[in-house]
Design a protein around this ligand. Structure first.
Ligand SMILES: Nc1ncnc2c1ncn2[C@@H]1O[C@H](COP(=O)(O)OP(=O)(O)OP(=O)(O)O)[C@@H](O)[C@H]1O
Ligand SMILES: [Mg+2]
Length: 155
C-alpha cells in the first residue's frame, strides 16, 4: 500500500495544477491539513482545489484567511478555508468554529494545521509543502483514517 504520493512543483502554476488534481477527487465532508512554512505554497494549492470544486474566479478570490481566520467559498461543494498562522494553539471559540466547519459537510482546508492537529477528525488528508529552491516545492500527500484507504491510488 502506498504511504504517500509525492510531487515536485517548479512554479506556482504547477502547484495550482496539483491542487486541481486533488480538488477533483474531493467530496463534501473532506478535511485537508495543509502543513508547511511561510510561502511554501499552501494558499497556491488551495486556489487549485477551489478551482476544481467550481469556485468562480478561484485564482483571485482564494487568499490566505490569515487575519479573518476563515473564508467561505461556494462551488459544487461549499469550502471553508481556515488559517491558523496567528494562533499559538486553537482553543475556545476558534475550536468551536473549527468543529462546526468539520461537521458541516463542507470541504475544509486548513493552513498551519499543525497548530491544532488534535481538532482534526479521525479521517483527513494531509498535504505537506517544502521549499526546494526559489520556485521549487516538494508536495507530499498522506491520508489518515479508513475514509481515505483508497484515496492515494486515485491521484
Ligand atoms: N512552485 C511553487 N509553488 C507555489 N508557490 C511558489 C512556487 N514557486 C514560487 N512560489 C511563490 O511562493 C509563494 C507561495 O505563497 P503561498 O501564499 O501559496 O504560500 P503559503 O504556504 O500559503 O504561505 P503562508 O503560510 O504565508 O500563508 C508565492 O509568492 C508564489 O509565487
Ligand atoms: Mg497561505
Amino acid at each position: 500500500m502506498k504511504k504517500s504520493v509525492r510531487f515536485s512543483s517548479h512554479s506556482p502554476a504547477q502547484t495550482k495544477k496539483i491542487g486541481e488534481r486533488i480538488g477533483a477527487l474531493l467530496k463534501g465532508g473532506d478535511a485537508l491539513a495543509l502543513v508547511g512554512e511561510l510561502g511554501a505554497g499552501k494558499t497556491t494549492f488551495a486556489k487549485g482545489v477551489a478551482k476544481a470544486l467550481g469556485v468562480p474566479g478561484a485564482a483571485k478570490t482564494v487568499v490566505s484567511p490569515t487575519f479573518t481566520l476563515i473564508h467561505e467559498y461556494e462551488g459544487r461543494e461549499k469550502i471553508y478555508h481556515l488559517d491558523w498562522y496567528r494562533l499559538d494553539a486553537v482553543r475556545g471559540e476558534d475550536a468551536f468554529l473549527t468543529e462546526d466547519c468539520f461537521g458541516s459537510g463542507a470541504v475544509c482546508l486548513v493552513e498551519w494545521a499543525g497548530r491544532g492537529r488534535a481538532l482534526f477528525p479521525e479521517n483527513y488528508i494531509e498535504v505537506r509543502f517544502r521549499h526546494a529552491g526559489l520556485s521549487s516545492r516538494k508536495i507530499e500527500i498522506f491520508t489518515r483514517g479508513a475514509r481515505y484507504a483508497d484515496f492515494l491510488k486515485k491521484i
